[in-house]
Design a binder for this molecule. Structure first.
Ligand code: 13P
Length: 342
């Protein structure tokens, strides 16, 4: 394993207050989002949308890396340039989602296990050869009555660690994503308790599977009250709870933490990330950034609506959200940025 190379890529992905853009939605997820806006659910519409993203002017000013999907890494711009080349030429490091999705966990009603370890070594070798420099695997943890169970947390943590070890063997930086979902009525405190338990189990497994922590990035959820919980804490309370938890459970050797957005409104995700950096920057051993899909893409998708005439306006919205999140990493985001559109 080339440890220096892995550490170098991981550090580059969180350097200069930039962040990651997740554009790795599976076809099913992409179609769900297209259907809501009346966009045709076709391969060409998916390709055109991804071309809009990778050709956004100035995207590399705020985005260090983009996470692609198996279909997308093989697609091209209309002029024949592969997306992966367009990204690399723009100075954005290409990455790839390699899990095969979350399926029902046998014996554990209501819980999920992420699949995709079979044949992963061969798939990683192909992606590395194509030019990917990092990978992503998402585990899904649901909060409900009597769940998550230790059986579910343990199975997902072991899969994440085995994936991470295989990535490092292949020279790819693993993004380790255990997502505790926002859905439900649970409180902020319950999310904190579950998130800490999940992260402790994940780091134990990473240690057991001999994963080099300097060569990974962690992609966790923010600690949030459930979407249907009547009590919704303030931005500062969310920031304090989230970072306090992470300080307890994420080793200092990890170069960076890049949050998923999980369905939060885009502006709120920026405000929360900003508050964390304002209040804790001096005490955090790792970079605290973002790896958002919806919180960067959704406003742009709403504007695009599948129409060529809207491409430029959609690209401006995409680049604006990316810039807001870069500002949030510096603790310089404010709602005024939303008004000026800068
Ligand atoms: P969201 O930011 O929309 O949660 O997506 C992040 C991601 O990559 C999910 O795996």
């Amino acid at each position: 394993m080339n440890t220096e190379k892995l550490e170098g890529i991981a550090r580059k992905l969180v350097a200069d207050d930039k962040g990651l853009l997740a554009m790795d939605e599976s076809n099913a997820t992409c179609h769900k989002r297209f259907a809501k806006l009346g966009i045709p659910q076709t391969e060409e519409a998916r390709r055109a949308y991804r071309e809009l993203i990778v050709t956004t002017p100035g995207l590399a000013e705020s985005i260090s890396g983009a996470i692609l999907y198996d279909e997308t890494i093989r697609q091209q711009k209309k002029d024949g340039t592969p997306f992966i080349k367009a990204l690399a030429d723009a100075g954005i490091i290409p990455g790839i989602k390699v899990d095969m999705g979350a399926k029902d966990l046998a014996g554990y009603p209501g819980e999920k296990i992420t699949e995709g370890l079979d044949g992963l070594r061969e798939r990683l070798a192909e992606y590395a050869q194509m030019g990917a420099r990092f990978a992503k695997w998402r585990a899904v943890i649901v909060i409900g009555d009597d769940i998550p169970t230790q059986g579910c947390i343990g199975a997902n943590a072991q899969a994440l660690a085995r994936y991470a070890a295989l990535c490092q063997e292949a020279g790819l930086v693993p993004i380790v994503e255990p997502e505790v979902l926002m859905d439900g009525e649970h409180t902020l405190e319950r999310c904190r308790e579950v998130t800490e338990k999940v992260l402790r189990t994940v780091f134990n497994q990473l240690y057991t599977q001999r994963v080099m922590l300097e060569g990974i990035l962690l992609k966790p959820n923010m600690v949030l009250p459930g979407l249907s919980c009547p009590q919704q804490e303030s931005v500062d309370e969310v920031a304090d709870t989230t970072v306090t938890s992470l300080l307890r459970v994420v080793p200092a050797a990890v170069p960076g933490i890049a949050f998923l957005s999980g369905g939060q409104p885009a502006e709120l995700a920026s405000a929360r990330l900003n508050a964390m950096n304002v209040r804790f920057k001096a005490r955090m051993p790792w970079a605290l950034g973002f790896s958002f899909s919806r919180a960067i893409q959704q406003p742009a998708l709403d504007i695009w609506q599948g129409k060529e005439a809207n491409v430029s306006a959609a690209q401006k919205a995409l680049s604006h959200r990316a810039a807001c999140n870069r500002a949030a990493r510096r603790g310089k985001y404010s709602s005024a940025m939303e008004k000026t559109g800068v």
